[in-house]
Design a protein around this ligand. Structure first.
Ligand SMILES: *Cc1c(COP(=O)(O)O)cnc(C)c1O
Length: 228
C-alpha cells in the first residue's frame, strides 16, 4: 500500500533529521494533513500508524470525523471563521491557527459552555506576506498575554507557515525566527502559557523545520500524494 510506504518514509526522514541535531525523534509529532483526502484513504493512514490528522475546512472535517471517529486525534490547521468556532471546539483537540483576539474570545466562550479547556497555538505570520494568515511578530507578545487571560484556552506554542521555496534551506530563517520568538516569550514566564510546541514544516521543508526545533510537522503531499 502506497500510503503505508509514504508514511514509513516520512517517519524515517523525520527521525534522521532529529538525530542529526541531537534531538530525540519522539519529541517531534507528525500531523498527517488529510484535507481533500477521502475517509477511505485516511483509514489506510490510520492502519499504517498515523496518530494525528490535520484538517483545514470545518464542513469537510465534520463529515470525515463522523465516518472515522476518534481513533485518531484531530487538529485544526486552517483559517478559522468565527461562525465555525462552535464546531471546531467539539471536533478538534488542538487548534493551530489562533491569530486574533476576537477568534480567541469566541473559542473561549464556546469551550466555556462545554466546561472544557481547549489547547491552542498562536499562528504567526513570520514572513509578513499579505496572503498569509497569522499575527505579525511584533503583535505576538500582546496576543499571547491576552489569550493567557482566557480561562478556557490553553496556549501551548506557536505555529507558522513560511513562503514556499523550491529549496528548503531558504525556509530556514523563518523557522529560526519562530523559534527565537518562542524562546523570547517563554523567557517571560507568562502565567497559564506553555510554549513547548512549535508547529512548523510541511512536505517540502519538514526536515529543516525539525533541525530548527519543530515539535509538530504538518505533512500532506508526502503522505497522500498531490492534491487534485
Ligand atoms: C495543506 C497544509 C499543509 C500540508 O502541506 P503539504 O505541502 O501538502 O505537506 C500544512 N499546513 C497547512 C496549514 C496546510 O494548509
Amino acid at each position: 500500500m502506497a500510503i503505508a510506504d509514504n508514511l514509513a518514509c516520512v517517519r524515517e526522514r523525520m527521525k534522521q533529521a532529529a538525530l542529526r541535531c541531537n534531538r530525540q525523534p519522539d519529541e517531534v509529532r507528525l500531523v498527517a494533513v488529510s484535507k481533500t483526502v477521502s475517509a477511505e484513504v485516511i483509514r489506510a493512514a490510520l492502519n499504517a500508524g498515523a496518530m494525528i490528522l490535520g484538517e483545514n475546512y470545518i464542513q469537510e472535517a465534520r463529515k470525515k470525523i463522523d465516518l472515522i471517529g476518534r481513533q485518531a486525534e484531530w487538529h485544526f490547521i486552517g483559517h478559522l471563521q468565527s461562525n465555525k468556532v462552535k464546531f471546531a471546539v467539539d471536533l478538534f483537540s488542538l487548534i493551530h491557527s489562533v491569530d486574533r483576539m476576537t477568534l480567541a474570545e469566541e473559542l473561549n466562550r464556546e469551550a466555556g459552555k462545554r466546561n472544557k479547556i481547549l489547547p491552542v497555538l498562536i499562528q504567526v505570520n513570520i514572513s509578513g506576506e499579505e496572503t498569509k494568515a497569522g499575527i505579525d511578530p511584533a503583535g505576538t507578545r500582546q496576543l499571547v498575554q491576552q489569550v493567557a487571560l482566557l480561562p478556557h484556552l490553553s496556549v501551548q506554542g506557536l505555529m507558522t507557515m513560511p513562503p514556499w521555496f523550491e529549496n528548503p534551506e531558504e525556509a530556514r530563517p523563518y523557522f529560526i525566527a519562530l523559534r527565537k520568538l518562542r524562546d523570547e516569550l517563554a523567557g517571560e514566564k507568562i502565567p497559564n502559557v506553555s510554549l513547548k510546541e512549535l508547529s512548523m514544516g510541511m512536505s517540502g521543508d519538514f526536515e529543516t523545520a525539525i533541525e530548527e526545533g519543530a515539535t509538530l510537522v504538518r505533512i500532506g503531499t508526502a503522505i497522500f500524494g498531490e492534491r487534485g
